[in-house]
Design a protein around this ligand. Structure first.
Ligand SMILES: Cc1cc2nc3c(=O)[nH]c(=O)nc-3n(C[C@H](O)[C@H](O)[C@H](O)COP(=O)(O)OP(=O)(O)OC[C@H]3O[C@@H](n4cnc5c(N)ncnc54)[C@H](O)[C@@H]3O)c2cc1C
Length: 350
């Protein structure tokens, strides 16, 4: 797991830093927390807001994989950065993180990112967490309890009792804040799946609140449906999606390459030249021809798909925080937003 060569905290490859694993905590039968040691010279670079995530690059069976994991720790309240990884059936990175990461090892990590953060308001907060979706939610929960006086309700869905991550920590918070905090556990094997009617019942007349949702796709869909039934305005609803969008590569139709834009992509030691379609992003083109570059959100906020421009001009359609000015100045772009102007050459980090 460890990366040879540089000391921890030294910028590894492009946007990644090597951080030491301070501790590994067994949370449930299928999830572990990884506590990271952020050296003092990186304190500013790794400062974060409750609800943000870290992007990790790991090597599994010879393949480089880039994955985001939300910080379950709360900034200023918990002593160290902590992420919690739940195994996904046949999932490459999640199982590797659970099986291979050891105390004292090193991981390649990008600084914190993301917009799923606590909004500054005085209204109550309603949190919906499903499975591993509890990670950013508990960070927001702890922060809101400590730093605001807002009433908070958490509806937390899990398959069964043994799958409840942070069960003891949540019980302790309940004991500390009995007047302001309400926690509803929903277990699939006891209560059945959460549906829109259950969401309506849990929220009741309390619609003047901010709603934070994170969990499996179908769970988030029913929560959104329930909130829509209650007439909750979209600007009161905040959602973090863990799963990538459907493959845009498979959805792509015929490509018009008459504009003459071309990209040469260096990925995993191999160079591939591709003719780009009109308005086609570099990421989409790479995937269209069968390459497997790293990506996750495809919405310019996670930073997973970052690559360096070594020749030519690449324009980004947007940047929703996935890349910072310093990285842009160094020549990095988000390939999910990158449009080549003429002939360009880009390199994914080694
Ligand atoms: C912003 C963000 C924050 C995240 N935070 C966390 C976190 O705190 N804890 C955590 O455990 N995960 C989190 N994830 C999900 C994580 O990044 C990976 O997607 C997940 O660990 C699966 O990766 P994998 O390599 O194991 O699976 P892969 O090998 O990529 O996928 C294997 C199979 O599982 C499916 N799959 C992929 N992702 C998921 C998923 N999340 N749930 C169910 N099926 C899936 C795929 O379609 C595929 O069929 C987060 C994702 C994002 C975008």
């Amino acid at each position: 797991m460890s990366v040879d060569g540089a000391a921890p905290g030294v910028e590894a490859s492009g946007p990644y830093y090597r951080l030491r694993v301070a501790r590994v905590i067994e949370e449930t039968h299928d999830s572990k927390s990884i506590v990271l040691d952020v050296p003092s010279e990186l304190t500013d670079r790794f400062s974060y807001h409750a609800g943000q995530f870290l992007t990790f690059r790991v090597e599994v069976d010879g393949h480089r994989l880039v994955r985001c994991y939300s910080l379950a720790s709360a900034p200023g309240l918990d002593p160290a950065h902590k992420v919690t990884v739940k195994r996904v059936v046949d999932g490459r990175a999640s199982n590797w993180m659970n099986d291979q990461v050891r105390e004292g090892g090193e991981l390649e990590v990008m600084p914190p990112n993301g917009h799923f953060c606590l909004r500054d308001r005085a209204t109550p907060i309603v949190l919906f967490g499903g499975g591993s979706g509890i990670t950013p939610v508990i960070s927001i929960l702890k922060t809101a309890l400590e730093k605001t006086s807002r009433p908070i309700k958490l509806v937390y869905a899990n398959r069964d009792d043994r799958s409840i991550i942070f069960k003891d920590e949540l019980s302790a918070l309940l004991a500390k804040y009995p007047e302001r905090l309400e926690i509803v556990h929903r277990l699939d094997d006891v209560h059945g799946f959460v549906d829109a009617a259950r969401v309506v019942a849990e929220v009741g007349s309390g619609t003047d609140a901010d709603f934070y949702i994170c969990g499996p796709g179908p769970f988030m869909d029913v929560v959104e449906a329930g909130l829509a039934t209650l007439g909750v305005a979209g600007d009161q609803i905040f959602i973090e999606r863990f799963e990538s969008h459907e493959s845009s590569a498979e959805e792509a139709g015929p490509v018009d390459t008459s504009a003459g834009n071309r990209v040469t992509i260096s990925l995993d030691g191999k160079q591939t030249e591709i003719e780009l379609g009109e308005g086609e992003t570099i990421l989409a083109a790479a995937r269209r021809v069968g390459l497997e570059p790293p990506f996750a959100c495809e919405e310019a906020y996670c930073g997973c798909c970052m690559a360096k421009v070594v020749e030519g001009d690449v324009e980004m359609l947007m940047n929703d925080g996935g890349i910072d000015q310093r990285q842009i100045d160094q020549g990095w772009v988000l390939t999910c937003q990158g449009i080549a102007k003429g002939k360009v050459s880009i390199e994914y980090p080694d």
